[in-house]
Design a protein. Structure first.
Length: 156
């Protein structure tokens, strides 16, 4: 293995670490990156001796730390950061539009949760009977806070 192969192995490790932090979270890719870098440094010690090994180790550490410092300094993290505030709630039940006993239709399959349409109001609902197919008539059985419990509507 020559110098170019070692440099490519170490750069591959650095790219994998950066990918893990920016694109593919989870740590597996970062571990592969660290293993590539360590493999390159160990190989430089074995093939080229202590002096080249120490030089490779120092340069690898400086380039790695410098890359991460540069990423932090150039505000790369802020460009990838979610800036919007989510202030809505899951299912704000409007008492004037929804009430127990109100009839509607399942506009998605309830397995056991899904979406129901009551008049012109869509709401996330939970079936108390398990699965309910789409377009099945439903009725609101109970409203517990933001949870709307429905059942299949049977006409008398």
């Amino acid at each position: 293995m020559g110098y170019i192969s070692l440099i490519l192995l170490i750069l591959l490790g650095l790219v994998l670490m950066i990918l893990d932090f920016l694109v593919i979270p989870g740590g597996v890719v970062a571990i592969l990156g660290v293993l590539c870098m360590v493999g390159g440094v160990v190989t430089s010690f074995v093939q080229f001796g202590t002096t080249v090994g120490i030089l490779t180790l120092v340069l690898t550490a400086v380039i790695t730390l410098g890359s991460f410092w540069l990423m932090m300094r150039t505000k790369t993290w802020r460009k990838l950061q979610l800036k919007t505030q989510i202030d809505s709630k899951m299912n704000e039940v409007d008492e004037s539009k929804l009430a127990e006993g109100m009839e509607g239709v399942a506009i998605s399959r309830l397995a056991p949760t899904g979406t129901g349409l009551f008049g012109d109001t869509e709401a996330e609902v939970v079936s108390m009977q398990g699965f309910i197919d789409q377009n099945t008539p439903i009725v609101i059985h109970k409203i517990e806070g933001s949870k709307i419990i429905v059942e299949v509507y049977h006409q008398n």
